[in-house]
Ligand binder design. Structure first.
Ligand code: HEC
Length: 256
């Protein structure tokens, strides 16, 4: 209350100033996390195409995962401010190359899951927050099954005339990038491959915003499309035979 006279307090100007002070206080508390963390974080509908263009450009600065996060959080930081303004987007450069270069999950998908769960909430936070998990999981499936990249940027840095699209049948960076490289014949360090991954990040950002907009309108009613843990007793991709051939090992049962 410091700096506000009693007279100011009962006037509209005082109320505004108090509001501003409280907002500053609350956003600081939220950014610090802990027990004051609340979901959902405020979301305003975004334009998928504009978001995808930002993601494409950001890829060349912070790579796939952070590009997806940045494309959405930078716009929300502008529209809403904190807590988005305090979110350390650039630290998620580590998602590049399938997490620190290990070719595991595609960074774009990791970024999309982070965004969905920050905005909607972790599934353990109750029924209102479940869709963060659902949207994230279903984007993994979408990514695995669709020919990527789907998004064509307005100013592509390579592959200007055409680009080969490939279906990864996997959310793994190594498999997704590897199949594309094999189909098109460009090396990892080529401008063509970089443009391809930037377009993939943009495609994922586009799809994510479509889903978040539908959720915001109360129209995202899907459930998790499938659950390997339930069906196979182990987490994994559903197409077990792609790696295991016809000899799919069974997950060990509980020890007695
Ligand atoms: C992206 C490739 C890939 C996919 C898809 C995959 N696995 Fe695996 N899985 C592996 C690899 C690699 C190993 C380690 C194998 C080894 O060490 O011999 C493994 C190990 C396992 C193991 C541990 C026991 C063992 O014999 O090695 C089980 C159980 C298993 N997988 C089941 C599954 C099931 C069920 C699915 C489908 C739901 C699946 N896997 C999908 C690659 C995959």
């Amino acid at each position: 209350m410091e700096g506000l006279s009693r007279r100011q307090l009962i006037t509209g100007a005082g109320a505004l100033a108090l509001g501003a002070m409280l907002t500053r206080f609350i956003s600081k508390a939220e950014a610090k996390g802990g027990t004051t963390e609340k979901w959902p974080w405020p979301y305003e509908k975004l334009d998928p195409k504009k978001t995808a263009e930002i993601a494409y450009e950001e890829w060349y600065r912070v790579f796939c995962g952070a590009a997806v996060i940045s494309s959405i959080f930078s716009q929300l930081a502008e529209k809403i401010g904190d807590p988005y303004k305090s979110f350390p987007v650039d630290s998620f450069i580590v998602l590049e190359g399938g997490m620190a270069g290990w070719g595991t999950i595609c960074g774009s998908l990791a970024g999309a899951n982070i965004v969905a769960n920050v905005i909607i909430g972790p599934r353990i936070a109750g029924p209102d927050c479940e869709h963060g998990h659902v949207i994230g999981s279903n984007i993994m499936k979408w990514y695995s099954e669709i020919a990527l990249p789907t998004f064509v940027p307005s100013n592509p840095k390579a592959n200007k005339d055409k680009i080969v699209q490939t279906t990864s049948n996997s959310p793994l960076c190594h498999i997704s990038v590897g199949k594309w490289m094999k189909a098109y014949g460009f090396a990892l360090a080529s401008n063509e491959r970089k443009d391809r991954c930037a377009r993939v990040a943009a495609s994922v950002a586009y799809k994510l915003v479509e889903d978040l907009n539908a959720w915001k309108d109360g129209e995202y009613n899907e459930e998790v499309a499938w659950s390997p843990a339930k069906h196979f007793g182990i987490t994994g991709q559903q197409n077990c035979n792609e790696c295991h051939g016809s000899n799919i090992p069974e997950a060990p049962k509980m020890k007695k």
